[in-house]
Design a protein around this ligand. Structure first.
Ligand code: HSE
Length: 333
């Protein structure tokens, strides 16, 4: 496991609370054999004691305090030298460089390890080449947690709609901006709504990623590649954030039975993120931090999936899904 922030720690807690039924229901007993954060690492080939790992992080702010053993600080060295089947990439998202996540993912795949990434940066900036590298090395790259938190938006499109042809989709892919716009609708001004979302911990460490539409654009890129088979990256998205939306705009939209939402759209002509008026009766018009995506399929019509799009435990549940899928695929081979 590389990165031990909110999501990484939530995944450790999830494993602790679910170990019995993961074994009885799915026949897996995952062992975390190494964990690296930005200050240190903990390695135990027999499996780390997750309670102790969480304690080390909580009290000393690094997993390096787990024990007094010899430490390898370079994540790439840990990825390459520790024997493991899957590398979990949970380091922070950087949508300008994709680093350090991209280097971690490439090292893992070159080393014959499957990868689960909850880091959006590498996928948003280099999706086509990362998938190519995974295929070349015969490993799986999974990333359910990058879109929709725990809501299985990617799986819904890829698996439940298998055989049909998705012509387009549009959705709310960013919880923070949806929260701000919903609060503005309730009468709060933009600045207070932004401060409120920061205080509640929904926003990215750099809230410009949410406000200016980068986060939604990154998720749109991941979906366009995975669901629609496009070969696109961040630079292909036309992006407008919500900083230009005023309370007066929100009020005017409401008078016409509409709401302003930050909508990501993908069809044969458009790949964009922009504040858009949506009818309140449209199923996509959800409030708070919810995400919602409507897929338009050639034969089965329109379907909308709605759910919580962010959160530590929610995203950890997506990691678990990916892990079970990797295990199932290995068994089928
Ligand atoms: N900041 C993101 C959001 C977190 O608000 O949706 C989940 O990717």
């Amino acid at each position: 496991m590389v990165g031990f922030g909110v999501v990484g720690q939530s995944f450790a807690k999830l494993l602790l609370s679910r170990s019995a039924d993961l074994y009885s229901e799915h026949g897996i007993k995952p062992r975390i054999v190494a964990c690296v954060d930005n200050k240190g690492s903990a390695v135990a080939p027999a499996g780390l004691d997750l309670q102790r790992l969480l304690e080390a992080k909580k009290t000393k702010s690094t997993v390096g305090a787990y024990d007094k053993g010899k430490k390898e600080f370079d994540p790439v060295q840990v990825i390459e030298n520790v024997e493991a089947e899957v590398v979990l990439e949970c380091s922070p998202t950087d949508l300008s460089t994709g680093e350090p996540g991209t280097t971690h993912i490439i090292s893992a795949m070159r080393n014959g390890k499957h990868v689960i990434s909850v880091n959006k940066g590498p996928l948003a900036l280099a999706f086509p080449s990362l998938i190519e590298l995974a295929n070349y090395n015969g490993v799986m790259l999974r990333f359910s947690g990058t879109v929709g938190g725990g809501t299985p938006i990617l799986e819904f499109a890829k698996r439940c709609l298998k055989g049909d042809r998705i012509a387009s989709f549009r959705g709310i892919l960013n919880g923070t901006t949806n929260y701000i716009l919903s609060k503005m609708e309730e009468g709060m001004d933009y600045e207070s709504a932004l401060a409120d979302s920061k205080q509640k911990g929904y926003a990215e460490a750099n809230p410009s990623l949410d406000i200016d539409g980068f986060d939604a654009a990154a998720k749109l890129v991941i979906m366009a590649n995975w669901v629609m088979g496009m070969k696109v990256t961040m630079k292909d998205v036309k992006r407008t954030g919500i900083s230009g939306v005023r309370s007066a705009n929100v009020k005017k939209a409401a008078e016409g039975g509409n709401a302003i939402k930050l909508i990501a759209t993908c069809d044969s002509k458009r790949l964009d993120v922009a504040p858009t008026e949506v009818a309140k009766k449209d199923p996509i018009c959800v409030n708070g931090t919810l995400n919602a995506v409507t897929f338009s399929s050639e034969h089965s019509g329109q379907q909308t999936i709605i759910g919580r799009g962010a959160g530590g435990m929610e995203t950890a549940s997506a990691i678990l899904r990916d892990l079970i899928e990797i295990r199932d695929t290995i068994f089928e081979r």
